[in-house]
Write a protein that binds this ligand. Structure first.
Ligand code: FES
Length: 178
């Protein structure tokens, strides 16, 4: 008569298999985490970045309103508010400020309404002239002659606490219909 065999223990998995499984699990988890970050980063960036970047359109100070002499037109440079500090000279912008009388202004974009060349102010003839194709504008910015289809584009302006400010960022242009 044969005896019942003693209980047999199941063979334990080989240590090499355990190591390989652990490595694959860790590698898979890491790749999934990286993939999650890559997918989420642009979404988070788009949600957070607008609050961190400077506003493109904002009121910019051009100095004390009392500094302009009535009857004069002056070229004024300012920094584009939407730019970054390392934009260098490309961040510089300019406008012509015409002081009609104390507290009353017109502020023109320097760019010709034809193809955008910078116009120049000639105080003696009281005209803006464009060097590219001969466009001419009167001192109030209206078109005098040449190819420009309209007068110079104007910035909105206001006097805030005695300071002349213009609303800038994007240049005034045909897309605004101004
Ligand atoms: S760009 Fe000024 S006239 Fe053409």
């Amino acid at each position: 008569m044969s005896q019942a065999p003693e209980s047999i223990e199941a063979p334990s998995p080989a240590p090499a298999n355990e190591n390989r499984r652990g490595f694959l699990f860790a590698a898979g988890s890491t790749l999934m985490a990286i993939g999650g970050v890559l997918v989420a980063a642009p979404i988070i960036g788009a949600a957070v970045a607008p609050g961190l970047l400077p506003e493109k359109d904002q009121w910019i100070s051009l100095g004390a309103a009392a500094n302009w002499m009535p009857g004069t037109t002056v070229l004024v440079k300012f920094l584009n508010p939407g730019g970054a500090p390392d934009d260098g000279i490309t961040r510089e912008n300019a406008c012509y400020v015409r002081c009609i009388e104390a507290g009353k202004f017109q502020v023109f974009a320097v760019n010709c309404a034809h193809l955008g060349c910078p116009v120049e102010w000639f105080a003696q003839s009281r005209l803006f002239m464009c060097p590219c194709h001969g466009g001419v504008y009167y001192e109030d910015g209206s078109r005098a002659s040449g190819p420009p289809p309209r007068g110079l584009f104007e910035f909105s302006w206001r006097i805030q606490d005695g300071t002349l400010e213009i609303f800038s960022g994007r240049l005034p242009g045909l897309q605004e219909g101004t």
